[in-house]
Design a protein around this ligand. Structure first.
Ligand SMILES: [Zn+2]
Length: 251
């Protein structure tokens, strides 16, 4: 079983990258990825993000049990628009998580706008993924410590675990906040190996870009993790965090 928790579909209006469904489907077949949790590219208007959320929902309906959605409206929309779009995604479209991107949306996690994402995750009982790494100071992993403690009932996933440059901050967050997890994308393999032994199985496969799928899978399989540790990275931790209705009935 392989679950990829960090996947995009749609045009990214901040990074000028087009994430296509063909790439996601090709990856599924090339690398035997069973489940992908799909979020939009960075959008700035409500209309842009609603169109991308709808496209993700169509993909999920077309491939039941293989794709799930993660909502990412800009926290700089009005509070009413933001809350209503999250409610639509989780309540009507069946999305399983929320994303907050401090760099792409120019938002500090602890700001009024940033806190909307934490409050929404709590309200809807879904995990919150937060981009960490490039984009300091807003994207520094340590920004999450006070919020993770305040929202101790919310499962928070550090996307990229601080990339490489801020990865040592991620270790501090993991040590202090048991409700914080990490995805593997762009994260050094040796650190993932040490962290899963120091802080427990709190890491899950994230590719971020379909091009990374082979690399990320090879990293997990070749850095010296035991078969049981690899299982944690490949699907078990993701399943414990997201509680996806997966299994033979969903294939
Ligand atoms: Zn991403």
């Amino acid at each position: 079983m392989i679950i990829d928790v960090h996947v995009h579909l749609g045009w990214d209006y901040t990074f000028d990258e087009d994430f296509t469904r063909e790439e996601l489907l090709e990856k599924m077949h090339l690398y035997d990825v069973d489940v992908q949790i799909v979020q939009p590219g960075t959008c700035h208007t409500l209309a842009q993000v609603q169109a991308q959320h709808d496209a993700i929902a169509r993909l999920c309906r077309e491939y039941p049990g293989r794709f799930y959605g993660m909502a990412n409206p800009s926290p700089h929309l009005s509070e009413g628009e933001y809350r209503a779009e999250i409610a639509r995604c989780v309540g009507e479209l069946g999305f399983v998580g929320i994303k907050l991107h401090p760099l792409a949306h120019g938002v500090s996690p602890a700001s009024q706008a940033g806190r909307r994402a934490f409050a929404a995750a709590r309200e809807h009982g879904v995990p919150l993924m937060v981009h960490t790494g490039a984009g300091t100071p807003f994207a520094g992993p340590v920004q999450l410590i006070s919020l993770a403690q305040e929202y101790a009932d919310v499962k928070i996933i550090m996307a990229h675990c601080g990339h490489i440059i801020l990865s040592y901050e991620s270790a501090t967050v993991l040590a202090l906040c048991p409700n914080v997890y990490g995805d593997t994308s762009w994260t050094p393999g040796y650190q993932l190996k040490h962290w899963c032994r120091d802080y427990g199985p709190r890491f899950m496969l994230g590719t971020d870009h379909a091009d990374n799928a082979g690399t990320e899978l090879a990293k997990i399989r070749t850095v010296g993790l035991t078969p049981e540790e690899q299982e944690g990275f490949l699907w078990r931790t993701a399943q414990e965090v997201f509680w996806l209705p997966i299994g033979p009935q969903a294939r």
